[in-house]
Design a protein around this ligand. Structure first.
Ligand code: MGD
Ligand code: MGD
Ligand code: MO
Length: 699
């Protein structure tokens, strides 16, 4: 007899699907998307359909390990939990005694978006110890900072209401790969006659399904938004009434728009002025217009400026007055009233400490001037050796003999390979959690469906044991996972909506508001103190940023001198069948993705003597990686791409991040992955070369 258990997909993805697992004899045998969930609508994505492969994969870690070989060599010995926890606790204690607590660096990210296994006891423990704080910038920090000054928390148009829009701009987002369920609502609008425009330097599968594609130069989005607004202004098409009542700082921007038009934008963006003017005309005549901003556009030097300018573009024509009009980047701000953060509970002493920007890990581990140096690191829910920029230096750092590394993981990732101690963690099938979303308005509970595989323990159980070994007795370090869920929804708003642990156990998921089908910002209603949209932000002048929305050029992309040595801008976006580096070890997934590949235009290939299938080296001053080449007929000359986060260890020791820069964008301390210049050279012709990841998988 089988039974069904309700859960949530834990992955770092806007869709946060509600799933159901069928369990028979203690084994998860089937998994499907919940049919009644308004966003998941019964389907999971191509990568999560095979999630159970990841649960039962032969490379799943099932016992704690201690290193017996050289760092990075991958030789480990199985040990028991007491020894593993003891080794980690001793390393932490010794480090703190010798160098002070700031020599300890906890390193975590969104391997699970669960509030419990992702963002609770681990952070409590390390903050309580006085360890270095982590600035979690790796993903959306520029967007978040830009949205914060503009609307205080990321809110905007309900993603489901895109079905009501008549003109939709899919801006810097490859939805069919990385926000698949959003496409349903856009497709519904399209079938109703809406015109859908992709704005993306790459010819994505999403762009192909749109009615029009503006294939602009990378990092020039703010110029496009300014040019469009300039045209709207010249045509007298701005909604002066809404802007006067619901926004601050519009007059300053209006004045600036006199200097912007389609021609100026076209020159910066590498587009035709006529295409920009035609889009402006559409915006002028189409209500509601809706903009879905992706995060891809904000991995550039001028990221914050771009997000601010596009957000304002979504408001100037008065679209927020209409159901399905306006703009959205992330919905996470909608959850702030309903939930309460778990990382810093009242009553737990949390001494202040320095902060390290996670995107600058390469620097943090190798900069000899950093005092104290990092001597102990505990990593969970992230695989930095594959995913942070400047990989060669990251690997050098992780190899340091005077660094103790403990990694909580499901498998022996690029990062775990460097560990002194590896602790096997449960997967979503095996632990309790609760999930807000950054792409819709539903809160989802995840119930464990099966017993832990092998000796795996939930992250939080590991942190409770670590606290005990460190003789830390504060009750907030020992809260149970259920108690944490109860704390998470201990808010007036949750009570008003009847959201309790018990109700969630019953229903699995719940809508956190009733905004769908309304125009929540028709009269302002932003989470700012005055409820208005902040267009001009005078305080930004204090940090040398432009208070008025405008265009900030990218760093490497817009650098003509660097372009002579490194003529190709390399974008390293999300692959449809991986989730960052998650699943990139699984044969089934690798069969769908194929080996690491550099995509480039025919002209760029010919100029380098490269043909499809050849092995190429992609390099700049920071490093190099090798992969196969592919020619895409719609690629723009000078703009190449290669998907992020193949495992380095399976591909000659590195991946795309060997080339990516450690340099902060204009806002949020964010990384600039896609603002990366490289050159590609031929290494071997196709007939002499077998791509490594594919060789490992076989046919
Ligand atoms: N299948 C799958 N889904 C994922 C992920 C994954 O790895 N795989 N990753 C998850 C995570 S962590 C995140 S943050 C999101 C990321 O998802 P997205 O927001 O989609 O981010 P990216 O894949 O980086 O880039 C999206 C698109 O932006 C384009 N882009 C790059 N530079 C520019 C630019 O300057 N201007 C414009 N207009 N477009 C640009 C890229 O070409 C790409 O098509 O997706 C999540 N979902
Ligand atoms: N070149 C380039 N690099 C990029 C990007 C890019 O666009 N280009 N995008 C960046 C972005 S947007 C992001 S968000 C980062 C993401 O980078 P990472 O945070 O490194 O994300 P993943 O590679 O998915 O690694 C997550 C790890 O967490 C583990 N994990 C999952 N759940 C659990 C759990 O419950 N317990 C434990 N202990 N482990 C768990 C998984 O097994 C996996 O190895 O990558 C960034 N890197
Ligand atoms: Mo991300």
């Amino acid at each position: 007899m089988s039974h069904i258990v309700n859960g949530a997909c834990p992955l770092d993805c806007p869709d946060t699907c509600a799933w159901q697992i069928e369990v028979e004899d203690g084994k998860a045998i089937r998994m499907r998307g919940r049919k009644d969930h308004p966003y998941t609508r019964g389907s999971l994505c191509g990568k999560v359909n095979n999630y159970l492969d990841a649960v039962y994969a032969p490379d799943r870690l099932t016992t704690p390990l201690r290193r017996v070989g050289e760092k990075g060599e991958g030789r480990f010995q199985a040990i028991d939990w007491d020894e593993a926890i003891g080794l980690t606790a001793t390393a932490l204690r010794t480090t703190i005694d010798r160098y002070g607590p700031e020599a300890v660096l906890p390193f975590y990210y969104a391997g699970t978006l669960g509030a419990v296994q992702g963002w609770s006891l681990g952070q409590r423990l390390f903050k309580h110890l006085g360890a270095t704080r982590l600035d979690t910038t790796i993903c959306d920090a520029a967007a978040y900072a830009a949205l914060r000054v503009t609307m205080h928390r990321p809110v905007g148009t309900d993603p489901e209401d895109f079905a009501h829009a008549r003109l939709i701009l899919v801006w810097g987002a490859n939805l069919l790969s990385s926000n698949m369920h959003q496409w349903h609502f856009i497709h519904a609008a399209q079938q109703n006659g809406a015109h859908v425009v992709a704005i993306d330097p790459l010819p994505t599968d999403t762009a192909e399904r749109c009615d029009q594609h503006l294939q602009l130069l990378p990092g020039t989005d703010a110029a496009l938004a300014m040019g469009l607004m300039g045209e709207l202004h010249a045509a007298g098409a701005c909604d002066e009434e809404w802007l006067a009542e619901c926004a601050v700082g519009w007059p300053e921007l209006r004045e600036r728009l006199a200097d912007w038009n389609a021609e100026r934008a076209a020159e910066i963006c590498g587009l035709h002025a006529s295409e920009i003017r035609a889009l402006a005309d559409r915006i002028i005549t189409t209500r509601p217009t809706a903009i879905r901003m992706g995060l891809g556009l904000q991995r550039h030097g001028g990221a914050g400026a771009a997000i601010r300018a596009i957000t304002v573009l979504g408001a100037v024509a008065g679209d927020f007055r209409h159901v399905g009009g306006g703009v959205v980047s992330e919905t996470s701000g909608r959850f702030d009233d309903v939930t309460s953060g778990l990382e810093e509970p009242a009553g737990l002493p949390l001494p202040l400490a320095r902060t390290i920007n996670m995107s600058r890990l390469a620097e943090a581990l190798t900069d000899s001037a950093l005092t104290p140096a990092v001597h102990a690191m505990v990593v969970w829910n992230t695989n930095p050796a594959a995913t942070v920029p400047d990989q060669t230096r990251v690997q050098q750092g992780l190899r340091r003999d005077d660094l103790h590394l403990t990694v909580l993981e499901h498998r022996l990732t690029d990062t775990a390979l460097f560990a002194d101690v590896v602790l096997p963690a449960t997967m979503q099938t095996e632990h309790l959690d609760i999930h807000p979303s950054y792409g819709h308005h539903y809160l989802t509970l995840n119930l464990p469906a099966i017993e832990p595989v092998g000796q795996c323990l939930p992250n939080n159980e590991i942190f409770r044991r670590l606290a005990t070994a460190l003789e830390l007795t504060h009750p907030r370090l020992h809260d149970s996972d259920e108690a944490l869920i109860r704390q998470f929804i201990d808010t007036d708003r949750a009570r008003e909506r009847g959201i309790t642990f018990e109700s969630l156990c019953e229903t699995g998921y719940v809508a956190i508001d009733d905004l769908a089908g309304t125009a929540p910002h028709a009269n302002g209603g932003f989470p700012t103190r005055d409820g208005k949209l902040h267009i001009t932000v005078p305080e930004l002048a204090d940090v040398n940023l432009d208070p008025i929305p405008g265009y900030t050029p990218s760093f490497e992309g817009a650098d003509p001198v660097l372009a002579q040595r490194f003529p190709l801008i390399l974008i390293t976006p999300a692959h449809r069948f991986f989730l960052n580096s998650t699943f990139a070890d699984l044969p089934g997934h690798l069969r769908m993705t194929g080996a690491p590949t550099l995509f480039l235009s025919q002209n760029d290939a010919t100029a380098r003597g490269i043909e499809a299938g050849d092995e190429v080296e992609v390099a700049n001053d920071r490093g190099a990686f090798r992969c196969q080449a592919a020619i895409h007929p719609q690629a723009r000359d000078g703009v190449a791409w290669s998907y992020k986060a193949y495992w380095a260890k399976d591909n000659g020791g590195n991946n795309v991040n060997a080339t990516t820069p450690v340099r902060d964008a204009d806002m949020g301390g964010a990384p600039t992955f896609h603002d990366n210049r490289v050159e590609a050279t031929l290494v071997a012709k196709a007939n002499e070369f077998t791509p490594s990841a594919v060789a490992a998988v076989g046919d």
